[in-house]
Write a protein that binds this ligand. Structure first.
Ligand SMILES: [Zn+2]
Length: 311
């Protein structure tokens, strides 16, 4: 259907970095560009950086593109309506990038894209009751129940990051108290460590590197794992998933994360079995692969038709 040599552009805009790749029909990145998201320079600078990244990487040689962003989105109009981490309001990002590149552009939510990738290529493939939890700058999930994507009455289903895990707890950026995201996002780990130790870390990976030697880091990490376990126990009671996939940047913690959460959930669930809890096989690439799938669909293809089968 499409030219076998054709490629698509996938842009995953995060609160920390903008990750863009030109992907072939096997989902392999032929060119990649990762840039810091200039949130400190304001929303206009972020929009300009997204457009610049897309233009620099493609040089006009893709058949379609997709841009996925955090926060709330209006997929029908291609608008980034709001993001607490980026600070933008009502940016018609799809049309801006489409005009720059001169090709059709798909637009959506970054976590939704990661969920699509996990259901199409990853650990939630063929699973009728699953949760994909993306833990990065924030925490959000994609829930599938009885084979159907749960979207909710206003499209806000899956905002697991804002489940209050500690009533009356720490203030979240959203205004509520005690949200999961306030304890367990990558940003929360760094912020909470700095508040207690007086030392700034460059990122959550630095905290993970000192877990065994630094008591404050160990305590902050245990509290994050506990918060995740509380939220996932709640989810298990509500939706009875067979698989929970842990993805996003914090999944780089590997067994440290997944073993801790398995143990935490199992200790809270007394009378029922613990759902399978696994690390995302797609890792940080999930959002971008989901965007790539959307771009291929826009180009009239079924997606990554030559995606390598797992060994
Ligand atoms: Zn919140």
């Amino acid at each position: 259907m499409t030219n076998p040599a054709a490629t698509v552009l996938a842009v995953d805009v995060g609160g920390t970095s903008i990750k863009a790749s030109v992907l072939d029909d096997a989902g392999q990145p032929l060119r990649t560009d990762v840039r810091r998201t200039p949130v400190d320079e304001g929303p206009d600078a972020v929009v300009a950086a997204v457009r610049r990244t897309a233009l620099d990487l493609t040089d006009g040689a893709v058949v379609a593109a997709a841009v996925v962003v955090p926060g709330s989105v209006d997929v029908a109009t291609g608008t980034a309506t709001y993001s607490v981490n980026i600070g933008w309001h009502d940016v018609p990002l799809r049309d801006l990038v489409a005009r720059d590149l001169g090709v059709p552009v798909a637009f959506g939510h970054d976590v939704g894209a990661a969920g699509l990738a996990e259901r199409t290529l990853g650990a939630a493939l063929g699973v009728t009751d699953s949760l994909v939890l993306v833990i990065g700058t924030g925490v959000a999930g994609v829930a599938v129940s009885g084979g159907a994507l749960v979207q909710g009455a206003t499209g806000l289903a899956g905002e697991i990051g804002h489940i209050p895990v500690h009533p009356g707890g720490e203030r979240c950026a959203c205004g509520q108290l005690g949200c999961l995201e306030t304890y367990a996002s990558a940003g929360a780990l760094v912020r909470r460590y700095a508040a207690r130790s007086g030392r700034d870390l460059a990122g959550a990976d630095e905290l993970l590197a000192i877990l065994d030697t630094d008591d404050v880091a160990g305590a902050v990490w245990s509290e994050a794992v506990e918060a995740l376990s509380i939220a996932l126990t709640t989810y298990a009671m509500l939706f009875d998933p067979s698989v929970v996939v842990l993805g996003g940047g914090l999944a780089d913690a590997g067994s440290c994360l997944v073993d801790g959460v398995r143990e935490g959930v199992a200790s809270m669930l007394v009378w029922r079995s613990t759902p399978q809890i696994v690390l995302s096989p797609l890792g940080r690439r999930a959002g971008q692969l989901g965007a790539g799938l959307q771009a291929w669909q826009l180009a009239g293809s079924d997606g990554f038709v030559n995606w390598p089968e797992p060994a």
